[in-house]
Design a protein around this ligand. Structure first.
Ligand SMILES: Cc1cc2nc3c(=O)[nH]c(=O)nc-3n(C[C@H](O)[C@H](O)[C@H](O)COP(=O)(O)OP(=O)(O)OC[C@H]3O[C@@H](n4cnc5c(N)ncnc54)[C@H](O)[C@@H]3O)c2cc1C
Length: 408
């Protein structure tokens, strides 16, 4: 009987395991994950999940694995991969033989250079365990220092303010969300954080981060010192490639796969946060995405291709972030855009359309309360997938429905 093994029991690995069954695979499936929990959703860890009692939101009920005949091994790490022999060594000393393997090992939070790695006052946020530790100190009278004005840092800052915690956020660049978010939207987000009481400092560099007398101590290059009960380091993530790299697989900002998610080794696929892949809609540009929907889509696609479907990646990148009552959504990749057109949607919501020199729509970024931008971002995503060159005047005219542009 064929045996398909999936390393990494996160969003992507779990989706792939269920998709294999949904697509009719009747062989053995083993899903191996380092964490003690069955696969759970990470996005709530910085948002609603951090407000409450913080039970994990599981990708699927525990019984669903048995019902789908998926062998789920938690608390076990794959420590070695022999691509020629088609075997994986696990941390308990056992070894699995596979016919096809999926690496869905995700990413890890980057740590701050030269900061203590085992401090209870200097933390990052990637796992449920991290979130539980963070949640315990988010109280009135406590002070949180967020290092890095990226999505996770900003979302935690918003959640911390809702819980009455003092927040100082330190960003080295001149503005928050410098990577991938247009200035107008980043500005609006920064202003909202300031209005909510976050002490937001941009263009500030940190000399040293240490722990002293039960506090996190941040020494700035201006010589000012900031003390906090906890410093949350939110300076990005790095793909978990160690297993693949040691096995000799090609690495290029992640495990390098082709547009079928096949790695440089036969029968080994990779998907989700851990891999980089060529994206046809952007002329084959190699990208690595850290996004929930990408992890889901690629898990499903990898399953299909492990079964021989030979389907290429075609999804348009999509990402969202919640901060206070604001929802930000981005479809596509805006780099390379030279025109930024604005469509106002009411209630303070707006979308920016990013076009290249030939007028092709590359990306759309929207922000507004609740669901205000969701429908138009969805339509923009379809226009991007169609490689459309929409009429700029129609994009900005909020009385013209985007749907009509799609028909055109
Ligand atoms: C706090 C937070 C908030 C987020 N918010 C959003 C959001 O608002 N919107 C959005 O689009 N995305 C968001 N994301 C990103 C999204 O959650 C990720 O893109 C998604 O979880 C990636 O799924 P994955 O399965 O590829 O990797 P992961 O979720 O990282 O899962 C990989 C799993 O593999 C395990 N593993 C690694 N190596 C091994 C090994 N050798 N052996 C066994 N197991 C191994 C890891 O322990 C991990 O459990 C957020 C992420 C975080 C951390």
């Amino acid at each position: 009987m064929a045996h398909f093994v999936i390393i990494g029991a996160g969003e992507c690995g779990a989706r792939a395991a269920f998709a294999l069954r949904e697509k009719g695979f009747d062989g053995k499936i083993t899903l191996v994950g380092s964490e003690m929990h069955p696969p759970y959703e990470r996005p709530p860890l910085s948002k609603a999940g951090l407000l409450g009692a913080i039970d994990p939101k599981f990708v699927a009920a525990q019984e669903a694995y048995a019902a789908s005949n998926i062998r789920l091994l938690t608390g076990l790490t794959a420590t070695g991969l022999d691509a020629a022999a088609h075997t994986v060594a696990l941390s308990d000393g056992s070894r699995l033989s596979y016919d096809r393997l999926l690496l869905a090992t995700g990413a890890s939070a980057r740590s701050f250079p030269n900061a203590p790695s085992d401090s209870s006052h200097i933390r990052s946020l990637r796992t449920h365990h991290d979130a539980a530790t963070l949640r315990a100190m988010l109280q009135p009278g406590k002070r949180l220092a967020v290092i890095g004005g990226g999505f996770i840092g900003l979302e935690v800052a918003a959640t911390a303010r809702r819980l009455g915690t003092d927040v100082v956020l330190i960003e080295g660049l001149e503005r928050v969300l410098k990577r991938g978010v247009p200035e107008d939207i980043a500005h609006l987000i920064a202003e909202r954080h300031r209005a909510e009481g976050v002490d937001l400092r941009c263009g500030v560099s940190i000399e040293a981060l240490s722990e002293q007398d039960g506090k996190a101590v941040i020494r700035l290059s201006s010589d000012e010192t900031i003390e906090a009960d906890l410093a949350l380091v939110g300076i990005g993530a790095r793909p978990n490639v160690e297993l693949a790299e040691a096995a000799g697989l090609a690495i290029d900002n992640g495990i390098a796969v082709d547009d079928r998610l096949l790695s440089s080794a036969p029968d080994i696929f990779a998907a989700g946060d851990c891999c980089s892949f060529p994206l046809d809609i952007y002329d084959g540009r190699r990208v690595r995405l850290e996004s929930w929907r990408n992890a889901q889509d690629q898990g499903t696609l990898a399953a299909a291709n492990m079964l021989g479907a030979d389907e290429a990646v075609s999804a348009v990148p999509w990402f969202w972030s919640d901060q206070y009552d604001m929802v930000l959504q981005i479809a596509g990749l805006a780099d390379g855009a030279i025109t930024h057109l604005r469509r106002d949607l009411g209630e303070g919501a707006f979308i920016l359309f990013h076009l290249d020199a030939e007028g092709r729509l590359l990306a759309a970024s929207g922000i507004g309360p609740g669901n205000t931008v969701a429908r138009d971002i969805r339509l923009a995503e379809m226009l991007i997938a169609a490689r459309a060159h929409p009429d700029p005047a129609a994009l900005t005219a909020s009385n013209i429905k985007l749907k009509t542009l799609l028909a055109a």
